[in-house]
Write a protein that binds this ligand. Structure first.
Ligand code: UGB
Length: 595
């Protein structure tokens, strides 16, 4: 009524649209003008933001919600008419000739690459109080995920622009209200970990309105009738944000060809990136999803070929909670089970996508970046008439290919898990309950996977590395290998690593090796203890001889022990830095470290 006079014309239009779409409850209890006017204006500001941050505005959001809620109530299966089958893709074996060729192609292509990190999630499953990208990937050097990612991209940048003019590989980071401020602060207080600030673009995703019933009425906060409840819309927002920001065209005009999407806590991912990009380039994939062998019922999506009775067919991720019911409904009464290999026949999606920029822009200019959504209401009872709590629409970035024409070149690349995938998602208690043989995806397993991968890679490069032992931390049994770490610029690809180790080298199980420079060459080194070598890029250091000291001793930490810092509690171990050989070369030149 009279309250409309408080509003701008644009806001009045918005209110009219809402009233026409069944949202009168939002304004029903409004007192007359003069009372709560500031609250009313703030409410309209919120509605305006919700309207502008969704492709097609709130009107589309409400219409989509009504449709999806009706489907959900009727029990309609989004996969109705589709038959799942096992797709075929490229399978990579670390270090073989094929792999090395893909790596070299990938490094070369990286000049034309842009990276997109989705980091808007709070990580409820992990229960860590900070943002996930600030978490140390490993505690030998304390390098946090975002530092590791940035240094990996910079290493690729250097390697790919050899002999040609220096390119700058752009990095976009999707944040949310939960992570934006802390991500920016982390970058600024660390000089962007070596990137140019202009190289990094933060895009903040907005939350979406919650829905209180099957009629898609927007839910007001319990305590505040001038505020709509909101929740995250999911990582699928990354496409509409990239599109609406205009950054894709900037990249395209700069001659870029590839966009690589990745998640917030996978310490192994960049080992797999050069080869995976090489696959995209060699196979001319418009879409390339990275995958790993997957245990049945593991909480990662399954890459599946879906064939419709009308002839349509696509290779797409089927999310972990949907794969089992889909299989049961399509003639696999056992559902999602391991086959004779000990793994599900459906490879696991690790949500690392490589998209070809040109076709990507073309597709987004049709869709506006909107991604197929879903809704997952928790109903009060079987009548499905009311919800236990409000719900909202969600979307996932890996659903991008769903709208592509059948002519699109959609492929996937399966990597061995040990060098490609070790995310940190689960808290200690939940990880300890993971069925035996399935991955923990905890801070414990994430860190140990880095040492394991590095040790195995050195072994493949000819180093005698001690065999691991099994040890239990926070109720999780993991392989403990020597604690080997290196900077991405030291070991960007397998051939580069091989060129830096030679002769007769050995590393004992209780050892720690941290290589913090680019041109560090290891020759006839016998390591039994801790060795830390730091060198500027134009210092060439040759390391040899026998290092023997008390080293860094691995000690257990109980996750319930509140006297320990949270970052240690969540992994269940820490290092007692008893003794080490630590050397630093800060001047250019050639050096010999003969232990
Ligand atoms: N994220 C956002 O940026 N915004 C959001 O609104 C939500 C998340 P989760 P999830 O690799 O193991 C995915 O929560 O969604 C970011 C795939 O769907 O870690 O349960 C967030 O910051 C699944 O198919 O994972 O499962 C994080 O970086 C499987 O591949 C990323 O999105 C699984 O990941 C993923 O969010 C996996």
């Amino acid at each position: 009524g009279e309250n409309l006079n408080l509003l701008s014309t644009q806001q009045q239009e918005l209110v009219k649209m809402l009233l026409e779409n069944g949202q009168d409850h939002l304004f029903r209890d409004w007192p007359p003008p003069g009372v709560d006017d500031d609250h009313k204006k703030a409410f309209l500001d919120q509605l305006t933001l919700l309207d502008s941050s969704y492709p097609g505005g709130l009107e589309s959001y409400i219409k989509n919600a009504k449709r999806l809620l009706a489907d959900s109530k009727a029990g309609n299966n989004p996969y109705d008419g589709f038959t799942p089958s096992v797709p075929t893709g490229e399978t990579l074996t670390f270090g073989d000739e094929n792999y090395i060729n893909f790596e070299e192609t990938g490094v070369h292509e990286a000049r034309k690459a842009a990276f997109v990190l989705v980091a808007g999630g709070l990580g409820e499953r992990l229960g860590y109080s900070g943002i996930k990208v600030a978490l140390p990937a490993e505690t030998t050097t304390g390098t946090c995920f975002i530092q590791h990612y940035i240094e990996s991209i910079l290493a690729l940048q250097d390697a790919s622009s050899q002999g040609e003019s220096q390119t700058q590989i752009p990095l976009a980071i999707m944040t949310s209200d939960d992570t934006h401020g802390r991500t920016l602060e982390l970058l600024e207080s660390n000089s962007y970990f070596g990137m140019q600030p202009t190289q990094v673009t933060l895009l903040k995703q907005e939350k979406v309105a919650c829905l209180e019933d099957n009629d898609a009425r927007l839910a007001l906060e319990q305590q505040n009738k001038y505020r709509i409840q909101t929740k995250p819309h999911g990582h699928g927002d990354v496409h509409s944000l990239l599109y609406s920001s205009g950054i894709l065209n900037v990249w395209y005009d700069a001659g870029l060809k590839w966009v690589l999407f990745f998640q917030d806590t996978n310490g192994l991912l960049f080992k797999a990136i050069p080869a995976a990009l090489g696959v995209s380039a060699s196979k001319q994939y418009n879409v390339n999803s990275l995958a790993v062998p997957r245990k049945a019922k593991e909480a990662i999506g399954g890459i599946t070929r879906l064939t419709h009775s009308d002839g349509r067919s696509m290779v797409i991720n089927v999310e972990y909670n949907q794969l089992d019911p889909l299989l049961r409904a399509s003639g696999y009464p056992e559902g999602d089970v391991n086959c004779e290999t000990g793994y599900s026949p459906f490879p696991g999606n690790i949500n690392q996508l490589i998209l070809e920029l040109g076709p990507y822009i073309e597709e987004l200019s049709k869709t506006g970046g909107a991604i197929q959504e879903f809704v997952n209401p928790k109903y009060k009872d079987a009548s499905k008439t009311s919800f236990k709590s409000s719900t909202r629409l969600e979307c996932m970035m890996q659903d991008y290919p769903k709208t592509l024409p059948p002519s699109a070149r959609v492929g996937f690349t399966v990597m061995e898990t040990w060098f490609a995938y070790a995310p940190v998602k689960n808290n200690a208690e939940d990880a300890a309950k993971v069925p035996k043989g399935n991955p923990y995806h905890s801070a414990t397993s994430g860190e140990m996977a880095i040492y394991r991968a590095n040790s195995i890679i050195l072994k493949k490069a000819g180093v005698q590395v001690a065999e691991p032992v099994l040890q239990v931390f926070n109720g999780q049994e993991v392989e403990v290998w020597p604690r080997v770490t290196w900077k991405p610029k030291w070991g960007l690809t397998f051939s580069r690593i091989k060129s830096k180790v030679s002769g007769n080298c050995s590393i004992s199980l209780r050892s720690t090796l941290a290589i913090k420079g680019q041109n560090i060459f290891i020759e006839n080194l016998s390591l039994d203890g801790a060795l830390i070598i730091d060198a500027v890029d134009d210092a060439e250091v040759n390391v040899s001889g026998s290092v023997q000291n008390n080293g860094w001793i691995l000690e257990t930490v109980d996750y319930k022990d509140t006297t320990e810092p949270e970052v240690l509690r969540i992994r269940g171990f820490k290092f007692n830095k008893a003794e080490q050989l630590e050397t630093k070369y800060s001047e250019p030149g050639k050096f010999h470290l003969k232990a």
